[in-house]
Ligand binder design. Structure first.
Ligand code: MRU
Length: 359
C-alpha cells in the first residue's frame, strides 16, 4: 500500500528550491496554477496571512522555512546581533494566523535548533536541515495516518463506503498527500471508499476549489454540495463516515477545525454517522486543557461578501469566524501518526502523546 500511496503523491503546496520557498498560490486555484517565490520571512508571513498557503501542517512547514529566511537575512545584515534582530521576524510570523498550532509548533522547533547554533557560526545549515526535516516528517506522517485511518474504516465495514469531508486536508494542506484526504485516498485505493461528498466550505471554498480539484485529478468519484445540504445528505444518503482534519486538538480531545465542522459533528451523531479526525501529532496542543482556550480566527467581511473579487452583498456588519471547536465527546476517532484514539479523553490523549514522536 505504501508504494501505491507514494505513487498517488502528485500535487505539492510548497517547494524549497535554491534557498527560496515557492508556494502554489491557493487563492487562485483551480483556475490558475501560479507559484509565488518567497525570499524573505516577511514574504512568507504575508503569504500565510493572505492564504496563499493554508492548512495547518502546510502553514507549519512554511513557517519553518520562514525562520531559515529570517536567519539568512539577519545574519547577512547584522552578523553580530542577528539572533536578537530575528526576534521581530519571529513575532510577526507568529502573528500571521492564530488558530493552527502547527505554526507555533514549527517556530518553537526552529527556536530550539537556533539555540544550538554555536556563536560566530552561520545558522543556515542547521536551520535548513531542521526545516527540511519538518517538511519530510509531515509527509511521512501522512503516509502512516493514511494506512491507520484506512484500517479503521476496514474494521467497521469491508464494503465500499460513501464519506463526507469538509475543507481541504489534502496535498495542498500538508507536506504529503493529506491527512483526512490521505485516509480517503488510501481507502479508495483499497476499495473501501467509492464516493466522496465534498462540502464546498464557505466562505473560502476550500472544498469546491481545492479538495474537488485534488480528488478529480486522482479520478476519485466525488460530488460537491453546499454546506447547508449536509443534514439532508446525512439523512438521505448512505454516508457512513465524516472525515475531517484539525487545526488544533487540545489535551482533552476537543478539535478546532474549519468553521462548519462542529455542526457536522452534531449532525453526524444525530444520524448515527461516525466522525473521524485525522491530524499529525504536531496539531495536538497538550498545553491547552480544552477547546474553550483556543483562539478562533475571525477574518474580514469581504470573504463573505465578495465572490472572485466582485461584491455580491450589501456592506453590512458580518461575523466571519473561520474555525470552530468540536467537543471530544462528538469525535469517534482521532487518527495520528502515533496511533489511533477512539472516543478521546485526557487520559487517552496523554497516553498517545507519550508514544515515540515521529516529529
Ligand atoms: O483556513 P484554512 O484553509 O487554513 O483551514 C484549514 C483547515 O481547517 C483544515 O481542515 C486543517 O488545517 C487541516 S489540514 C490538513
Amino acid at each position: 500500500m505504501r508504494e501505491q500511496l507514494i505513487a498517488a503523491e502528485r500535487i505539492k503546496a510548497l517547494e524549497w528550491k535554491e534557498g527560496a520557498l515557492w508556494l502554489l498560490d491557493q487563492r487562485v486555484l483551480p483556475l490558475n496554477e501560479s507559484w509565488i517565490e518567497c525570499q524573505t520571512s516577511v514574504q512568507v508571513t504575508q503569504a500565510i496571512s493572505d492564504m496563499v498557503v493554508r492548512g495547518a501542517p502546510a502553514i507549519g512547514i512554511a513557517a519553518a522555512f520562514a525562520v531559515v529566511l529570517a536567519a539568512r537575512q539577519r545574519y547577512q545584515d547584522e552578523p553580530h546581533s542577528w539572533r536578537s534582530a530575528m526576534e521581530e521576524d519571529l513575532q510577526q510570523l507568529a502573528a500571521s494566523r492564530p488558530t493552527a498550532v502547527n505554526l507555533f509548533w514549527a517556530i518553537e522547533r526552529m527556536r530550539s535548533v537556533l539555540a544550538k547554533v554555536p556563536a560566530q557560526t552561520s545558522p543556515l545549515p542547521l536551520l535548513e536541515q531542521a526545516a527540511l526535516e519538518i517538511y519530510h516528517s509531515d509527509r511521512e506522517a501522512n503516509l502512516i495516518m493514511a494506512q491507520l485511518g484506512m484500517e479503521v474504516i476496514r474494521h467497521h465495514c469491508e464494503a465500499p463506503q460513501h464519506v463526507l469531508t469538509h475543507c481541504n486536508t489534502g496535498a495542498l494542506a500538508t507536506g504529503g498527500f493529506g491527512t483526512a484526504l490521505g485516509v480517503v485516498r488510501a481507502a479508495y485505493l483499497a476499495g473501501l471508499v467509492n464516493h466522496v461528498h465534498v462540502d464546498e466550505t464557505r466562505p473560502w471554498l476550500q472544498g469546491s476549489r481545492l479538495t474537488a480539484w485534488e480528488l478529480a485529478s486522482d479520478k476519485i468519484p466525488l460530488t460537491v454540495n453546499a454546506d447547508s445540504a449536509a443534514a439532508h445528505l446525512l439523512r438521505e444518503g448512505d454516508i457512513t463516515w465524516v472525515i475531517v482534519g484539525a487545526d488544533r486538538i487540545t489535551a482533552n480531545g476537543d478539535v478546532a477545525n474549519k468553521i462548519g465542522t462542529y455542526q457536522l459533528s452534531v449532525l453526524a451523531r444525530y444520524h448515527d454517522v461516525r466522525l473521524m479526525v485525522v491530524a499529525p501529532s504536531s496539531t495536538i496542543d497538550m498545553q491547552l486543557q480544552t477547546g474553550a482556550d483556543i483562539v478562533i480566527e475571525e477574518r474580514t467581511a469581504d470573504e463573505l461578501f465578495t465572490v472572485a473579487g466582485v461584491q455580491i452583498a450589501a456592506s453590512v456588519p458580518a461575523f466571519n469566524p473561520v474555525f470552530d471547536v468540536t467537543p471530544a465527546h462528538l469525535v469517534d476517532v482521532i487518527v495520528t501518526e502515533r496511533g489511533v484514539v477512539e472516543q478521546p479523553t485526557l487520559e487517552k490523549m496523554q497516553q498517545l502523546m507519550s508514544h515515540a514522536a515521529l516529529h
